[in-house]
Ligand binder design. Structure first.
Ligand SMILES: Cc1cc2nc3c(=O)[nH]c(=O)nc-3n(C[C@H](O)[C@H](O)[C@H](O)COP(=O)(O)OP(=O)(O)OC[C@H]3O[C@@H](n4cnc5c(N)ncnc54)[C@H](O)[C@@H]3O)c2cc1C
Length: 291
């Protein structure tokens, strides 16, 4: 590892100023569980690390029934998994956070780090996309708000400019009648490497009955939303042929690649199986609540 400077700012304006002065030579340090691996073996050599763990604007979780939930980008997986509002209103996110790494990793790893690393397998991303997460981003030119479904640019790349910071995420207000299932197919020692993940969520209201969201992880260069599959299911409780069709549309959206963990065709197969199971289970859970 090359030598670097370290600084711990006290607020967000200091972070913006430091990043802008560094002209692309600085990296934000959150939990460090991805960054330090990139710095020890991945060829990343920043001149400056800016520790964001003490920045108040990036901390905390706040739920308001009518507005939804604000998640600070520097909250840890352990904080998210333990939060009573996340568990009650956004359960797929709690499930995803609970399954990340080990207790030691979850106590360091942050939500912002998980998303900004840009991995297609970031476990929080599919659930957050289903909850219509919006990203608040700040940089030299001010603030911008972007849907999480548009945050990922390519494999290991986000839309963030080098001097931009992800400050927080806002999740849509929960609908009283809703259900969701997050499934990960895992492999590896300790089973911590996700081969494919599928999040399925449905909201039910008089105006918008059976409104679906389906998102995939590790199935394309970025996490993706499957709009064609959602559209086929919309409006009423889906029957078997519709579920089969939606699962096969989700598979068609996937663009997995071969790697040493699994072939692309195996990953495509997994998407279809997990999507079908997710839709069936989500449908049954919502029906139990409303019928
Ligand atoms: C043993 C092990 C097991 C793991 N298991 C899983 C798993 O099961 N599922 C999973 O998804 N991941 C897993 N990971 C990956 C990692 O722990 C997560 O991606 C974690 O959430 C990263 O967060 P961090 O706070 O440690 O990020 P860091 O390493 O601090 O940062 C990651 C990147 O994001 C940038 N960054 C961080 N915060 C911001 C911000 N707010 N704005 C802009 N840029 C920012 C950093 O500069 C850096 O480039 C595992 C890692 C290890 C080592």
């Amino acid at each position: 590892m090359q030598p670097f400077d370290y600084v711990k700012p006290n607020d967000l304006s200091e972070v913006v100023q430091l990043l802008s002065q560094a002209k692309g030579q600085a990296k934000l340090l959150a939990g460090g569980t991805d960054l330090l691996i990139s710095m020890t073996g991945g060829g990343m050599n920043p001149e400056l690390l800016i520790d964001i763990k003490g920045v108040p604007e990036m901390a905390g979780l706040e739920f308001k029934a009518a507005q939804g939930m604000r998640l600070g980008a520097a909250v840890t997986m352990a904080e998210l998994a333990a939060d009573s509002d996340v568990r009650k209103y956004y359960p797929m996110l709690a499930e995803a956070c609970e399954a990340i790494g080990s207790p030691a990793i979850r106590n360091r790893a942050t939500l912002g780090g998980n998303l900004c690393h840009g991995s297609p397998g970031a476990d929080t991303a599919p659930a957050l996309i289903c909850y219509d997460a919006m990203c608040t981003i700040i940089g030299e030119k001010g603030e911008r708000i972007v849907p999480l479904s548009e945050f990922f640019a390519d494999r290991m790349q986000t839309i963030l400019a080098p001097a931009e910071t992800l400050v927080s995420l806002t999740l849509a207000a929960p609908v009283a009648d809703s259900a969701g299932v997050y499934q990960m197919f895992r492999q590896g020692r300790g089973g911590y490497i996700t081969l494919v993940s599928v999040a399925v969520h449905v909201d039910y209201s008089e105006e918008n009955p059976w409104a679906w969201r389906i998102a995939l992880g590790s199935a394309a260069p970025t996490p993706i939303r499957c709009r064609a599959a959602e559209d086929i299911l919309r409006g009423s409780r889906p029957k078997s042929p519709q579920i089969e069709q939606a699962a096969s549309l989700a598979r068609a959206d996937a663009r997995p690649t071969d790697d040493f963990r699994a072939s692309a065709s195996y990953r495509s197969f997994l998407v279809e199986v997990l999507a079908r199971r997710g839709i069936e289970e989500t449908s049954a859970r919502l029906a139990r609540g409303i019928e």
